[in-house]
Design a protein around this ligand. Structure first.
Ligand code: UTP
Length: 459
């Protein structure tokens, strides 16, 4: 047992613990609360937390940035026009994989969405510029449209957390899974990690009888997927490829056939969609190649003089911005989940509310604690068979992150409206007026689709 407490507690006496402050309010707790607190503290690996608290931030990333190059296997965004034949081949290959039932989708929706401050899971945010459809609905409708064209169900694996699980499941039920067949929608819950006081390394109480915890990051996906037995589900269904996306980006092209096709044609184990970074100061993780392997370096770890370097064409040397859309071979995900000891934790400073000595909930406005999270992109260096595909930012990337400003609801809705207005104009619509417009996924999944609605599945 990770943090087994040496003594059985009694009604009067709390257990002995290396962190006695956790039992400070023992005498005021009910029996159920006492039991819950002891069970929670026992489930926490205090040694691991201690090591993580002391761990230095990953300073090696700055050195990595120095020897990093742009990914050598990169499909450029211009491929559709530069080499229409190759693009068509990839698209047909992708539809083929879909029609064979080889594709599943993973949606990660366990984040707390603290920056947005919406009092429900972020996926419930009403993002449709006209319809006010939720992010969940917008993404589910895309999956439904692809599945209908492919002629097969596509399993949807939705990761939740303690912070989002109940509401998310209820929301899908209430909305009849947005037309998806409930047999093919599987929810699974990610793990938690405690937050610790930055200075002392002590766990914090979120309530008098509960240690403050938060979801263990989108990289918690691997262990959670395994724990829920979903690799077996994938195997039984004959699924080979898992399309990974995040709940905040309504423009992510769910199960994009061309992306799947290029991945299959390149015999890749992992593929990543990227956007061209133009501003060296832009806060986006960079997809790079180091020693023949892809990896993501966080923008904060790229020193300005490296971020500003340009190549012969005058473009940024390291310019592949990660948009958190991947395609994984299911066998690859399973291998890393089981054999490589999983993914590492990253430590970050955050303001975390806690119950102070007087029993009052303190709400710090600056960072007082460390949180520990795993990142899904740490899986990339585990293979040499990786591919990158560049996409056009305005077409596929506008994540909902903040309450105001960039990536706020206004920004995201306006980007969706502008994109769909462009489709209409390219189809011959001449009005100059800025009208509220929205083209639902059932009508078209991309511009080519909108201009030529007969794009057939390769069956
Ligand atoms: P972010 O890192 O942007 O976090 O998540 P967030 O929770 O949405 O927002 P902030 O940082 O608290 O403001 C990117 C994606 O990863 C998922 C989120 O749900 C989102 O789809 N995620 C994040 C998880 O599924 N679990 C986590 O523990 C963290």
């Amino acid at each position: 047992m990770p943090g087994t407490l040496p003594h059985t507690p009694t009604a009067d006496l709390p257990p002995d613990s290396p962190q006695p402050h956790l039992f400070r309010f023992w005498s005021s707790l009910s029996d159920d609360e006492k039991r819950a607190l002891v069970a929670q503290v026992e489930s926490i690996n205090l040694n691991e937390i201690g090591t993580l608290w002391q761990s230095a931030p990953a300073e090696s990333d700055a050195a990595l940035a120095d020897k990093a190059s742009a990914p050598s296997s990169l499909i450029p965004a211009t491929i559709r026009t530069d080499d229409p034949q190759r693009f068509a081949q990839a698209e047909a290959t992708g539809w083929q994989a879909l029609a064979e039932g080889r594709v599943g989708a993973i949606l990660v929706a366990g984040g707390e969405g603290t920056r947005l401050g919406f009092p429900h899971p972020k996926g419930q945010y009403p993002i449709g510029p006209v319809s006010k459809k939720s992010l969940f609905q917008w993404l589910a409708e895309q999956l439904l449209a692809v599945s209908q064209r492919a002629g097969v169900p596509i399993p949807y694996y939705i990761m939740t957390s303690d912070a989002t699980h109940e509401e998310t499941v209820a929301f899908f039920r209430e909305h009849h899974y947005f037309g998806l067949n409930a047999d093919h929608v599987r929810f699974f819950r990610q793990g938690n990690m405690p937050a610790v006081d930055q200075k002392s390394g002590h766990l914090l109480l979120g309530e008098k009888h509960r240690v403050a915890v938060s979801p263990d990051g989108h990289g918690g996906l691997l262990a959670a997927f395994d724990r829920a037995g979903l690799f077996d589900d994938v195997l039984q269904r004959g699924v080979e490829y898992l399309f990974y996306h995040q709940v905040d980006n309504p423009l992510a092209r769910v199960c994009d056939p061309a992306f799947i096709g290029f991945h299959r044609l390149h015999n890749a184990e992992v593929s990543t969609k990227i956007v061209a970074k133009e501003d060296p100061a832009e806060k986006v993780g960079l997809l790079v190649e180091v020693d023949g392997r892809h990896r993501i370096i966080e923008y904060i770890d790229v020193p300005p003089h490296i971020a500003q370097q340009t190549d012969q064409s005058g473009k940024l040397r390291l310019r592949c911005g990660n948009i958190a859309v991947h395609l994984f071979n299911a066998t690859f995900l399973q291998r890393v989940a089981r054999e490589n000891g999983g993914l590492p934790y990253h430590r970050s400073s955050k303001p975390v509310p806690y119950v102070d000595e007087s029993g009052t909930l303190a709400q710090p406005t600056s960072s007082n604690a460390f949180k520990f999270e795993k990142f899904i992109f740490d899986i990339l260096p585990a293979t040499e068979r990786a591919l990158a595909m560049e996409i056009v930012r305005d077409d596929e990337f506008v994540p909902l992150k903040n309450r105001e400003g960039q990536f706020s609801p206004d920004h995201v809705r306006s980007a969706m409206r502008q994109l769909h207005t462009r489709w209409l104009r390219n189809a011959g619509w001449t009005t100059e007026q800025e009208l509220p417009v929205e083209i639902p996924p059932a009508a078209a999944l991309c511009e080519a689709d909108f201009l030529n609605p007969r794009v057939p599945p390769a069956r």
